[in-house]
Design a protein around this ligand. Sequence first.
Ligand SMILES: Cc1cc2nc3c(=O)[nH]c(=O)nc-3n(C[C@H](O)[C@H](O)[C@H](O)COP(=O)(O)OP(=O)(O)OC[C@H]3O[C@@H](n4cnc5c(N)ncnc54)[C@H](O)[C@@H]3O)c2cc1C
Length: 378
Amino acid sequence: MLLTPDQDQIRDAVRDFAQQELWPNAPQWDQDHSFPREAHRGLAALGAYGIFVPEEYDGAGLGYMELALVLEEIAAGDGGTSTAISVTNCPYNAILLRYGNAEQKKKWLAPAARGEILGAFCLTEPHVGSDASALRTTAVRDGGDYVLNGSKQFITSGQNGHAAIVIAVTDKDAGKGGMSAFVVPTHNLGNAGWQVARLEDKLGQHSTDTAQISFVDCRVPAENRIGEEGEGYRIALSGLEGGRIGIAAQSVGMARSALDVAIAYAKERQAFGSAIFEHQAVSFRLADCATRLEAARQLIWHAASLKDAGRPCLKEAAMAKLFASETAEAVCTAAIQTLGGYGYVSDFPVARIYRDVRVCQIYEGTSDIQKLIITRSL
Ligand SMILES: Cc1cc2nc3c(=O)[nH]c(=O)nc-3n(C[C@H](O)[C@H](O)[C@H](O)COP(=O)(O)OP(=O)(O)OC[C@H]3O[C@@H](n4cnc5c(N)ncnc54)[C@H](O)[C@@H]3O)c2cc1C
């Protein structure tokens, strides 16, 4: 699949920024577990917070193809940063764009697209992730408000974010049809009912926070309900379809950087009288990695082009995420192997990238769940 000149230009602009501002700083952010606010501001200025949001709502007015290009480049610079931006675009923006009313779009979507607020998505709970039909967080109507109580687990940007799409139970006897979606300001916008119960100590992606959120009598005006009561489950799943295209692109971006490091190293490192790249066991391994990454990219672009054409792409997005995330882990393992002992220590970035990329097989639906989705279409 060929990119248009505009798409080439967008990719190059984000690549330049990511290589100058993210890549050199990523090891420090990893070590300090620090959130790179300045870099986020720069990415927001490039339009990365609102890629497919129409210009009417202050977005870049592009599509999922550009989302994939941009997220690959950001992830090639720093995995954690790509996750925070991925979640803001999709599911946060995607849900508001599709299901929000005009007021909600003006109040909650446009500021995100402008890069003024970081979005989050609260579906997973401590007792349940893959089976999202078994949520327990409740939203009870009280006059002009809903009152939320319960706990959400593994929430990207739960600490640093400003607003979240929250899925909660409004009718506990109605199963999947008893859930509703809300846009909820976080503690950063003064909501005392949004409490960060704990920050997770993760294997990787230290430049983005992952938090457990407690809703304690968290009051949300009824005007913050997205769609009708009972539509929450459908709304949540719709947001994940495009999100998977983004995660797949992140996987390729991270793995591409690990592969680039491995290729450069292999051309320098001498063993048995030549660069190790001259040993075919090494160069063939790298050739396999490059081929598999390109195949993953083509699956992603195919799913993105279907999405942009308004065609169904549930299966294709699942295939892209499954293949790209599994391939990315394999590529990072191969990169570590290529560097030998140096692959296992922090002198080179491949060990960090391996830690960062591993979660792509887990969040927004594990590899098993992607296989379930694909199986249903067979
Ligand atoms: C860093 C990070 C960030 C995250 N960010 C967010 C976020 O922003 N918002 C959010 O809502 N969630 C988020 N998550 C949660 C993530 O989406 C869940 O962890 C994921 O969906 C899996 O759910 P679980 O952890 O409860 O695992 P479980 O659902 O308990 O699954 C455990 C294992 O069982 C397997 N399994 C379960 N059911 C089946 C089945 N039917 N068939 C075959 N295998 C099955 C799974 O594949 C997995 O291997 C994040 C997670 C992490 C680690």
